[in-house]
Design a protein around this ligand. Structure first.
Ligand code: TYD
Length: 212
């Protein structure tokens, strides 16, 4: 059986990831693909339990490496229990956040080092990477403003970080993009959602046309 497509969506806070993810899901299903949508940290019971620890507003004492290892541990379990078996059944995976979140947040923004974080993640996924990553790039001021304006999502421990942290996250994503230019596709997420999706759809069309 032909292995399914492994697609991830990434972005800094308030990039509109969840809304665009729903539109991507719809696009992929319209193409006739069988798609499983999932997210990190989480996606399966063990990883959701780790998610609760890592995003707990009370855990302000959490060390940066502890955080990176917890994300990688959650990823490992999600990868072997859900992502790989689903791909092997020929289904497409659409995952909200994956390794590049760790590179941007832990590797760059927390200063642990992109290479160091890449190596624990390579251990977690046996070196496996997505086939395509869509990175929604929003100006951090615009992103945080959107989160506050909507008030439709609980503010978590990472949202509470300073503005300079969010700028570093964006810089971290740009570094990941420079490292994986073929896999990661950047889309400007500052305009309204309809305009952003026009660009996202173009990225998807190009990806599929290169494979068909
Ligand atoms: P979540 O509530 O899923 O937020 P979002 O809608 O922004 O995806 O929270 C996930 C948070 O965890 C988010 O702030 C990014 C962070 N994160 C990391 O720092 N490293 C990682 O590897 C992952 C997967 C997430």
């Amino acid at each position: 059986m032909k292995r399914g497509h492994f697609i991830t969506i990434e972005g800094n806070e308030g990039a509109g990831k969840s809304t665009i993810a729903v539109m991507i899901l719809d696009y992929l299903r319209t193409k006739g693909l069988e798609v499983v949508a999932t997210r990190e940290p989480g996606g399966i019971a063990i990883a959701e339990q780790i998610r609760a620890i890592v995003l707990d507003n009370g855990n302000t004492a959490m060390d940066g490496r502890t955080e990176a290892l917890l994300y990688a541990a959650a990823r490992r379990q999600h990868y072997v229990e859900k992502i790989v078996p689903t791909l092997e059944q020929g289904k497409t995976i659409l995952c909200d956040r994956f390794i590049d979140s760790s590179l941007a947040y832990q590797g760059y923004a927390r200063g642990l080092g992109i290479d160091e974080v890449m190596s624990i993640n390579a251990f977690a996924t046996d070196g496996g990477l997505p086939d395509l990553t869509i990175y929604l790039d929003v100006d951090p001021e615009v992103g945080i403003e959107r989160i506050h304006a909507h008030g439709d999502r609980e503010i978590n421990r990472l949202d509470l970080e300073s503005m300079s942290f969010h700028h570093r996250v964006r810089e971290g994503y740009l570094q990941a993009l420079a490292r994986f230019p073929g896999r990661i596709r950047r889309v400007d997420a500052n305009p309204g959602v309809e305009d952003v999706f026009v660009e996202v759809r173009a990225v998807l069309e190009r990806y599929f046309s290169e494979r068909e």
